[in-house]
Design a protein around this ligand. Structure first.
Ligand SMILES: N[C@@H](CCC(=O)N[C@@H](CS)C(=O)NCC(=O)O)C(=O)O
Length: 220
């Protein structure tokens, strides 16, 4: 039995959650709050770095979302979320790495602003937007005219980049500037795995409150 330790709002978790659903795997969800439970000795025994997501499979604890995705593919290869051609594999990996190495740091100030707890100056926000737009243009180039990054089938590239797609408009990144990407995002967001894992307004409000309180405490 698979046990999935996660927080529904976490995008690091969500990419694993989407993969579990896309692969039709049954699992037990262990929802964390990250308000101290990640430091409990039982959880630290699973992940000494106290991060979610963690996947436990018959006593084997797998940490790091990308390692979990690879593990799921190796253990449950069908339906596959892997590209098959050399070029497809290169695209899949590039999109995955560009998402975490380029998109995530770029959108950090935009995300804080959207959530109402950022205090970055306008020029930093402007710079963040420009960097994020470079990533969106890269995505659009990699996507070409296909429905998904790897062609006709959804792959881990779509799972990893696509779990950010529901946020682009709210972050101030107009998808109408990238029509093929906009259609790709809509295609993914219509899938049951995206619908099931989309945070509710209540989840978001609770997160916003928690972060605002944390910022206020840190500011004292
Ligand atoms: N590189 C890790 C990042 C995991 C991560 O940063 N998780 C955050 C939530 S998004 C976390 O668990 N934070 C709680 C903590 O570090 O105490 C992955 O991809 O799994």
């Amino acid at each position: 039995m698979l046990t999935f330790y996660h927080l529904p709002l976490s995008i690091n978790s969500r990419r694993v959650w989407v993969a579990l659903l896309e692969k039709n795997l049954s699992f037990k969800a262990q929802v964390m709050t990250l308000s101290g439970d990640q430091f409990a000795p039982e959880f630290m025994a699973l992940n000494p770095f106290h991060h979610i997501p963690v996947l436990v499979d018959d006593g084997l604890a797998v940490i790091e979302s990308f390692a979990i995705l690879d593990y799921l593919e190796a253990k449950h290869p069908t339906p596959s979320l892997l590209a098959t051609t050399p070029a497809g594999i290169a695209t899949m990996r590039m999109v995955q790495m560009v998402t975490v190495n380029e998109l995530v740091p770029a959108i950090n100030p935009l995300f804080k602003k959207m959530m109402g707890f950022g205090n970055d100056p306008d020029d930093a926000l402007e710079q963040a937007q420009q960097k994020a737009e470079v990533v969106l243009r890269f995505y659009a180039d990699q996507l070409g005219d296909g429905p998904f990054f790897g062609g006709e089938q959804i792959t881990l590239a779509d799972v990893v980049a696509g779990t950010y797609a529901p946020w682009f408009e709210g972050l101030g990144l107009p998808m109408a500037h990238y029509p093929t990407l906009q259609a790709w995002a809509a295609r993914l967001m219509a899938r049951p795995a995206w619908q099931t894992t989309q945070p509710t307004e209540a989840d978001l409000a609770a997160f916003r409150d928690r972060m605002q309180q944390r910022m206020a405490t840190q500011g004292q």
